[in-house]
Design a protein around this ligand. Sequence first.
Ligand SMILES: NC(=O)c1ccc[n+]([C@@H]2O[C@H](COP(=O)([O-])OP(=O)(O)OC[C@H]3O[C@@H](n4cnc5c(N)ncnc54)[C@H](OP(=O)(O)O)[C@@H]3O)[C@@H](O)[C@H]2O)c1
Length: 334
Amino acid sequence: MEVALKAARFHAWGGEEHLSIDDIPEPTPGRGEVAVDVVCSSVNPVDIKIRAGSHRLLLGWRLPHGTGLDFSGVVATVGAGVTALKVGDRVWGSPHHSCPGTAMERTVVSANDVSTMPAGWTFAQAAAMPLVGLTALQCLDRAGLRSSERCLVHGASGAVGQVAVQLALSRGATVIGTCSTSRSRAVEDLGARAIDRRGDWMAEVGQADVVVVAADVDHDELTRRARRGTRVVTIVADLPELVAERGAWIGTLLAGVHMAGWSVRAAMRGVRFHHVLKRGSAADLDRLRTEAESGRLTIGIDSELPLSAIREAHARQAEGPRGKVIVRVRPEPA
Ligand SMILES: NC(=O)c1ccc[n+]([C@@H]2O[C@H](COP(=O)([O-])OP(=O)(O)OC[C@H]3O[C@@H](n4cnc5c(N)ncnc54)[C@H](OP(=O)(O)O)[C@@H]3O)[C@@H](O)[C@H]2O)c1
């Protein structure tokens, strides 16, 4: 008999009211994949954007659609060809954006997107880190940030920003972070100098070797204020706004045109401009685990809600939480 598992899915593009907890058949891993019994998942801004339909041209139109791109859990079964993981391993990961979701009792993901979670971390902490940690790490790698350089993180109080600050400090860089004044204490506690994102923070851009953009910004203004040779790495695009205004086809096309335009105009000013889209990577998760186990990397948790409260979890994320919103799927294993 087919076993039914609980999964959070949405049945129409739009608000969190379209989310429900559905029974789905137990997924089985194919070659190179593992099935993970999810203990916790976490919510990211992109989950809200995907649910609203911003990415439907890129990720597919098919509904219902699962939600969640982060997980911690225990390996339940391994597919053919998987040697790095075994049943019972405690793992974390962030699969590709087109995956069937992670806010569910069991998810199937590529073994390349999964690694052993940090020793001493709870499953809630471990579910909070993968997507934002991989993003921040891959931004600093793309920028080639080196010891003794100056790194400006825009959006340093956010989840990606906080990780970028810690990883940049761990590389020996001097770090300046923009945030609301109400959150400057949190950024300074990480070891960065905090500056008000509502003031003329771009005055600092000319002194930076690397700028990580993890919050909304005028990219053209930013690269105009940068000196030649500065490496600017952004993770934000105007896809959601453009799709909402112009529809999926034209909005998606325009977002690509805007991004290419920022990049070309930056190059004309001698600024190296990159857009980073997080990649799943077991090797990069291992590097994050090393940072976490050494005590150089932490992550703040805003709240924890059960899978049955998936609508509330998405609503909390949309409000602008102070840390990650965790979705608990099952109790911490003994
Ligand atoms: N490309 C990728 O692969 C990738 C991966 C992860 C995330 N992202 C995107 O990166 C962004 C940040 O993600 P996150 O998880 O760090 O989000 P988050 O935890 O919600 O943080 C958002 C940050 O944005 C700041 N902020 C809010 N409104 C702002 C505004 N109007 N202007 C400037 N800053 C503003 C907040 O600062 P204060 O609270 O201090 O005001 C906060 O630090 C999101 O757009 C997300 O979708 C992209």
